[in-house]
Design a protein around this ligand. Structure first.
Ligand SMILES: [Zn+2]
Length: 95
C-alpha cells in the first residue's frame, strides 16, 4: 500500500510528464537572499513537485544545497508546498 507521500510524488511525476527536470537556479545571493534546505516542506519533497527542479548547489559548507527565494513569503510558501520560486510565480501569477 502506498503512503500519501508516495502517491503525491507519483501524481507530481504524472503531471510533469516525461520532461526532464528544469536546471537548478543559478546561485545569486543578491537576487535570492532567502535560502531553504531541500526537503523542509510539509511533504518532504527534495525536488520541486511541479517542475522537478533540483536544489541549487550553493558552494556554502553550512548549506551546500538550497532552494533560493526572493523574499520570506516565498520561502514560507516553500515550507508548505515545496514549490520552487519560478513555479510559485506561475502558480500564483505574480510578477
Ligand atoms: Zn518548480
Amino acid at each position: 500500500m502506498k503512503t500519501i507521500k508516495e502517491a503525491l510524488i507519483e501524481a507530481a511525476e504524472k503531471l510533469r510528464g516525461d520532461k526532464p527536470p528544469a536546471p537548478a537556479d543559478p546561485f545569486n545571493p543578491g537576487e535570492f537572499p532567502f535560502a531553504v534546505q531541500p526537503g523542509h516542506n510539509r511533504i518532504g519533497f527534495k525536488v520541486c513537485p511541479r517542475c522537478g527542479k533540483p536544489p541549487t548547489m550553493t558552494g556554502n559548507p553550512r548549506l551546500p544545497e538550497a532552494f533560493l527565494f526572493r523574499d520570506s513569503l516565498s520561502a514560507t510558501e516553500y515550507q508548505i508546498s515545496g514549490l520552487c520560486q519560478s513555479c510559485q510565480r506561475k502558480v500564483f501569477d505574480y510578477v
